[in-house]
Design a protein around this ligand. Structure first.
Ligand code: UDP
Length: 240
């Protein structure tokens, strides 16, 4: 029999880059399908799931700004990129029979619901996966911050950060074979040692709201399920 989940309600943050697979731009369908399968399996454990997806696989505001664009204009493009990713994720989840809703922080009524916290809560209670698109709806923010914000608003028990590595290491494990993976680490350690978990605003928001951040490898099939059962490899960012 499978072990009961360690969290009842979680927000899963996946960066846009994680959806590229081996490409250098856009979406890799196999990656989307793989993540969708893992989400389906976690939902089947009875876990309530919401998601924030980044847009870095398509467009980042800072890149536009460094090419001479107005930053707010460029960030608008970045937020629209996250909507494209959210619709793609919705597509592959629904093909697996997972009921979903996309809620956008920028109103676009014919594509997605507007972000309405209480409605999102209700969706999750009914077992629907809610995908939050368009970040916070404001320029100069990131989808990491949007993830911490929505996780706090939705009363999530944890923020799951699906990355390319299976946790937080003392050094880059791809360069240093002696690098050790932490089981737990504090928010302050992550901030003061500049460990690339999430940006500082997101870490601070999570800390203020006592929201554990669980870092795991989203590309390992079954890893999300294992993490939710307290097994497998991951690092939890939490205060002692
Ligand atoms: N963005 C924004 N406000 C937000 C979230 C995102 O303006 O609240 C824009 C910003 O330009 C950012 C882009 O959307 O570069 C894509 O998000 P992010 O870089 O966080 O994506 P990820 O790195 O997770 O793929």
């Amino acid at each position: 029999m499978s072990r009961p989940p360690i969290y009842k309600r979680v927000l899963l943050k996946v960066s846009g880059e994680a959806l590229m697979g081996d490409r250098d731009y856009g979406l890799d369908i196999a990656v989307l399908k793989g993540i969708a399968e893992d989400i389906r399996d976690v939902a089947a454990l009875g876990v309530e799931i919401c998601m924030v997806i980044g847009g870095g696989n398509i467009f980042r505001g800072v890149a536009g700004a460094s090419a001479g664009m107005d930053r707010t204009q460029a960030d608008g493009m970045g937020m629209l990129a996250t909507v494209m990713n959210a619709l793609a994720m919705q597509n592959w989840l629904e093909k697996l029979g997972v009921t979903t809703r996309v809620q956008s922080a920028i109103p676009m009524a014919s594509l997605a619901e507007p972000f309405i916290r209480r409605r999102a809560m209700r969706h999750m209670e009914k077992g629907r996966v809610v995908i939050f698109a368009a970040g916070t709806g404001n320029p100069f923010f990131t989808t990491d911050t949007a993830a911490a914000l929505r996780a706090a608003e939705m009363g999530c028990d944890a923020l799951l950060k699906g990355t390319q590595v299976d946790g937080v290491y003392s050094a880059d494990p791809r360069k240093n074979p002696l690098a050790e993976r932490y089981t737990t680490i504090t928010y302050l350690d992550v901030l003061s040692r500049d460990l690339a978990v999430m940006d500082a605003a997101a870490i601070s928001l999570a800390r203020e709201n006592k929201l554990p951040i669980v870092v795991f490898n989203i590309h390992e099939p079954g890893a999300f399920t294992a993490v939710m059962q307290g097994e497998g490899k991951f690092t939890t960012v939490v205060d002692p």
